[in-house]
Design a protein around this ligand. Structure first.
Ligand SMILES: CC(C)(COP(=O)(O)OP(=O)(O)OC[C@H]1O[C@@H](n2cnc3c(N)ncnc32)[C@H](O)[C@@H]1OP(=O)(O)O)[C@@H](O)C(=O)NCCC(=O)NCCS
Length: 334
């Protein structure tokens, strides 16, 4: 069974309720029907029947709960939740009433209120517009201050000596552009959790750099090596139970012979399966190299670090991508 099929099967056992915010999008409506038919999750679709019939004629939505913020009796309760969450930032009650009718905000408020277990949107909204409601009202998990993202990278086979499990986690490739040391530490801790709960691997976390344990420490101007070193110390103090170490060059992180030579005694060097990149440039380029040159399949970006699970779809997504993202979200739910 592929990892994706395993994720869907595990999600089906959990029977979580996931809100899909974009009932105006044909792919989302089709995914809602498919997820319900396959029993992967219970779906709340934000939209209305007339719209669904017009956008996706003939799609059977039996078992899908439709909810429209413009007519729902929950909208005023959600507006109060929004007002309480944002009044310190200057939001007025009138603004909260208006914003609660927005479909993505309504979905985030459903999640905040505990009426659903997870949120998936972004088929027809930008990353910022998809994640902002979650950042504003759902906020981060206890002990974490940074929402981040990762990709689960699945190898074409298990013959690569540098990735014997055939699975790795790459972070952050999509959200935090130039993370601070504190943010890098959060990214590492959240990625370890994703590695366990979604990828099903025991995490060994490497903080990547162009330097291994001080080998490139002449980086006085840009200070990228000291930043990564400092992130390692912060993460070790915050999560002493985790196998994490750095700073490592990529080969020192994944090649046993290089790890033993350049970082003797490290529990992670040469055996890492969770790779924390120093910034989004490195992360985004890195996962695409693995995809295109290495033949890896990328699942994600998976958002991590929220108090409750929210995920962002690519605007180029297809129905299968939405089904997969809902299954991942269901596994992230408590
Ligand atoms: C994550 C992102 C979408 C947030 O954008 P934004 O909504 O403009 O963010 P803002 O700076 O206005 O912040 C909104 C709120 O979220 C919080 N926030 C922003 N980024 C956060 C993060 N990574 N973790 C936790 N909180 C965050 C802010 O503190 C702010 O909270 P407040 O309003 O309560 O004070 C932005 O970082 C981004 O665009 N990243 C790059 C995404 C991208 O282009 N990816 C490429 C796809 S491959």
């Amino acid at each position: 069974m592929s990892l994706l099929d395993e994720i869907k099967a595990k999600a089906a056992v959990r029977k979580k309720t996931i809100v899909l915010c974009e009932g105006e999008d044909e792919r989302v409506i089709r995914a809602a029907a498919e997820i319900t038919k396959e029993g992967i999750a219970k779906i709340v679709l934000i939209g209305n029947e007339a719209e669904c019939k017009k956008v996706a004629p003939g799609v059977e939505l039996k078992g899908v709960t439709l909810i429209d913020p413009l007519t729902s009796d929950k909208t005023s309760k959600y507006a109060s939740i929004l007002y309480e969450a944002r009044k310190a930032k200057g939001m007025t009650e009138e603004q909260a009433k208006e914003q609660a009718k927005d479909r993505t905000m309504f979905g985030a408020l459903m999640l905040k209120a505990g009426d659903v277990d997870g949120y998936v949107s972004g088929a027809c909204h930008s990353t910022a517009n998809t994640l902002r409601p979650g950042l504003q009202v759902v906020k981060t998990a206890p002990g974490i201050s940074t929402v981040s993202s990762c990709f689960i990278m699945i190898a074409p086979n298990k013959t690569n000596p540098y990735n014997p499990d055939g699975v790795a986690v790459f972070a952050d490739c999509a959200i935090n552009i130039e993370p601070t040391a504190e943010q890098l530490a959060d990214i590492a801790i959240s990625s370890a959790k994703t590695a366990r709960t979604i990828a099903g691997i025991e995490p060994r976390v490497a903080f990547l750099s162009f330097s291994t344990k001080g080998s490139g420490n002449d980086d006085k101007f840009y200070q990228t090596v000291p930043k990564v070193k400092s992130a390692v110390e912060i993460a070790k103090a915050a999560a002493p139970e985790l196998a994490l170490d750095g700073e490592f060059q990529f080969d020192a992180a994944v090649a046993p012979e290089v790890g033993a030579l350049k970082a003797p005694g490290s529990a992670v060097a040469g055996h890492a399966n969770v790779l924390v990149f120093p910034n989004i440039n490195a992360g985004n380029i890195g996962y695409k190299i693995a995809q295109r040159y290495g033949g890896y399949m990328a699942i994600g970006p998976i958002c991590q670090g929220f108090a409750k699970p929210l995920n962002d779809l690519s605007r180029g997504c297809n129905v299968e991508d939405i089904v997969a993202t809902v299954a991942v979200t269901a596994l992230q739910a408590e």
